[in-house]
Write a protein that binds this ligand. Structure first.
Ligand SMILES: N[C@@H](CCC(=O)N[C@@H](CS)C(=O)NCC(=O)O)C(=O)O
Length: 222
């Protein structure tokens, strides 16, 4: 009886939850999903509405959870670690949720169509979707850089929004670098220095060659 995490070491959204699990020091079983296995895809379809990774099963509570932000909020509430991942103050928690949504929607989900175009669409699709994605990522990087003025973390103490920011910036940064944004670049280095993040990225290394733009991944991550 305990926590079971269903996911894969390459998956950006799995990184987000794994970072939270490691930050909390949670004891959990890692059930690695094989995306090429129909049985595993069927399993994910029983665990989450869209069959997407990750999922979390909490046997003691008898619940199975989908959606990374919901999973992290559950973990923070029922399996707290040394420091909270969301502020206990309800209004401060809204700010943390806002920046969590920001990185999922305006960075991660904005970069993803470039990857999907390469993986799943006809020749030339990348050239169709990429210009819009690049322009939206510019807007998002500018906004995040401004928010990070005078801050170490995106919304108060390190927390859920920083868990979201890490994989979003990791993968989006390969496709649309953010070196021109000094606060964002320094923030990303601070994220990389956390042991939770180092562990997740180290575990992803054997799979990074699956990323369809693997040639854009800097040597330090491979
Ligand atoms: N909004 C979801 C997104 C999850 C998601 O997109 N997961 C990806 C892996 S990073 C996935 O399972 N993709 C496979 C698919 O779309 O079938 C969350 O926060 O959990």
């Amino acid at each position: 009886m305990g926590l079971t995490f269903y996911g894969h070491p390459l998956s950006s959204y799995c990184h987000k939850v794994l970072i939270a699990l490691y930050e909390l020091g949670a004891d959990f079983t890692y059930r690695q999903i094989d995306p090429s296995s129909q049985a595993d895809r069927d399993l994910m379809a029983t665990l989450t509405p869209m069959g997407k990774m990750p999922a979390l099963r909490d046997d003691a509570a008898g619940v199975t959870l989908a959606e990374t932000s919901i999973i992290i909020e559950w973990l923070d509430r029922h399996h707290p670690g040394p420091a909270p991942l969301l502020p206990r103050d309800a209004d401060a928690a809204l700010t943390a949720r806002q920046w969590d949504r920001f990185f999922d929607i305006h960075v991660m989900n904005t970069a993803q169509p470039i990857v999907d175009a390469r993986l799943f669409m006809a020749d030339g699709a990348v050239d169709v979707v990429a210009p819009w994605a690049h322009s939206q990522l510019d807007r998002a990087y500018t906004a995040a850089d401004r928010q990070l003025t005078g801050r170490d973390w995106i919304a108060g103490d390190f927390g859920m929004a920083d868990c979201a920011a890490t994989p979003a910036l990791f993968y989006a940064g390969f496709l649309h670098p953010f070196d021109a944004h000094p606060n964002l670049s320094a923030y990303f280095e601070r994220l990389l220095a956390r042991p939770s993040v180092a562990r997740v990225l180290s575990d992803a290394k054997p799979f990074l060659h699956w990323f369809p733009f693997a040639d854009l991944i800097p040597a330090r991550f491979r």
